[in-house]
Design a protein around this ligand. Structure first.
Ligand code: P5A
Length: 451
């Protein structure tokens, strides 16, 4: 992409309404624009990152054997009356009446709708286990939408639902989801810690939230610092191996880690003092096992091997995809702007032409631009006729992890400058070597042509 032809409305001033770094930086970097309280338009740069995160979520879900589909945003109130949640859900549910006077709602979650699909089409235990998921907009009329996309009213969520014959099968689905979520966050360059939590309006006894530690998080969390040393390291998990999944879950859930809702002071105090940590956290996902809470009232049953009809065991699993954009920025920024991890960066490298209009500099930039594209990387070329300082400031603000700076002085010696956004360190290299280095850096990442 050439910056002169892109739509990147960066702001010079810090918007006064933004209280936390991610909100401020998303507005300044031209990623989002508020449409109305808690509802945002995703401008091209923000949209590109949202799609990248969505792709990673899809890939990890499909890898775990879960099946993608798409349900609508608007739902009929009737299904929610069947489960008993229409009245329970309260003011957070946006209720709408259509022209025929029918009660509708903008879905805050999809347990009812998916249970209706299941009961309409599945009748035998032989069709189990089954996990369906989608990534779709949700609406919750939050009392205090704030912090930009972190607590929006409209937000983008991956929600998955497992259907199993027995509790034991459903607990494997729970473990499988926990492991797939750990892999997902890790690919996004994040450490999200599973913490025992409260199930709230979704229900059930077994639930873990995934929290990214950050001072600006809305939840208070208590944990054993030993948990922050754990890594999956991209481990290629075999999801059909129940023991392998259970072992990973055990490793990640044994150290104490809880949100304030389930915090147990006595258990916390049993940890050696130097490992006892209290912090704030951003909830980027939550998984639930709730047994037959929905299948029983809604009649989602299957015929078991003995011919008897039994309600299925279910769980649901959510990832806050739009919230993750803010969470990654909270975890990775500095005074100058965002610092995208390589796995999610909207463009792999920026190209800054220090002397636009200079035949040699322009030609060198064009050649680098073409070479990066040819190896499947997406460069963002700042080809505007602007001062170098302004170009650097924009690149730093939008946070591409690597920048290639091209100027007549370097070209005289046959070199360009390759700079890391994270460390600020620069190296002078011939253009081919800079390209080869970027190819190496991104070798472990899936490079898909993205929007
Ligand atoms: C699990 C999937 C559920 O809704 N039903 C289907 C279950 N869980 S949840 O914890 O309530 O939400 C899942 C994740 O969605 C994100 N999230 C939000 N993101 C932005 N703004 C909001 N107002 C908001 N509310 C929830 C969180 O990341 C949460 O973990």
């Amino acid at each position: 992409m050439r910056l002169s032809r892109y739509f990147l409305p960066v702001l010079k001033e810090t918007p006064s309404e933004a209280q936390i770094a991610s909100h401020r930086l998303m507005l300044r970097a031209g990623m989002i624009k508020q449409a109305t309280a808690g509802i945002y338009s995703w401008l091209p740069l923000g949209f590109k990152i949202l799609r990248k995160l969505e792709n990673i979520v899809h890939e990890e879900q499909v890898r775990a054997g879960h099946i993608p589909m798409l349900m609508p945003t608007l739902q009929s109130a009737d299904l929610w009356r069947e489960s008993g949640r229409y009245d329970d859900y309260g003011a957070e549910m946006l209720r709408i009446t259509d022209r025929h006077g029918r009660d509708m709602l903008y879905g805050p979650t999809n347990e009812e709708l998916i249970t209706d699909i299941f009961r309409s089409h599945v009748g035998s235990y032989k069709d189990l286990p089954l996990t369906l998921y989608h990534i779709q907009w949700k609406f919750r009329d939050e009392v205090r939408p704030r912090f930009g996309v972190m607590r929006g009213r409209e937000f983008f969520m991956k929600d998955g639902y497992n259907f199993d014959l027995t509790k034991e099968d459903a607990l494997h689905a729970y473990n499988r989801h926990m492991v797939s979520y750990l892999r997902t966050y890790e690919r996004m360059g994040l450490q999200a810690i599973p913490m025992r939590a409260d199930s709230g309006p979704i229900g059930g006894d077994d639930t873990h939230e995934f929290l990214v530690l950050a001072d600006t998080g809305e939840s208070e969390v208590f944990y054993d610092s030993a948990i922050t040393d754990l890594r999956l390291g991209g481990r290629d998990v075999n999801y059909n191996n129940w023991d392998e999944c259970a072992e990973i879950v055990k490793e990640w859930t044994t150290p104490y880690a809880r949100t304030d809702e389930t915090h147990d002071e006595a258990a916390f105090n049993a940890i050696p003092e130097e490992r006892r940590k209290t912090s704030r956290g951003i909830e980027v996902g939550q998984i639930f096992y709730f047994g037959t809470k929905y299948s029983e009232p809604m009649g989602a049953t299957v015929q078991g091997p003995d011919g008897k009809s039994v309600p299925v065991h279910m769980g649901s699993h959510g990832i806050g995809v739009s919230r993750l954009v803010g969470a990654i920025i909270e975890a990775s920024h500095d005074d100058k702007g965002i610092i995208w991890p390589e796995g999610v960066t909207p463009y792999h490298a920026g190209i800054v032409n220090l002397k636009q209009g200079d035949a040699e500099a322009d030609a060198a930039c064009e050649a680098i631009y073409a070479s990066l594209n040819a190896i499947g990387l997406e460069p963002l070329y700042d080809d505007r006729d602007e001062r170098a300082g302004g170009k650097f400031a924009t690149m730093d603000l939008i946070g591409l992890p690597w920048r290639i700076t091209v100027g007549p002085r370097g070209l005289k010696n046959g070199v360009v400058e390759l700079t890391s956004r994270r460390t600020g360190e620069s190296e002078e290299l011939p253009p081919e070597q800079a390209i080869a280095k970027l190819a190496q850096i991104y070798a472990g990442h899936v490079l898909r042509p993205s929007l």
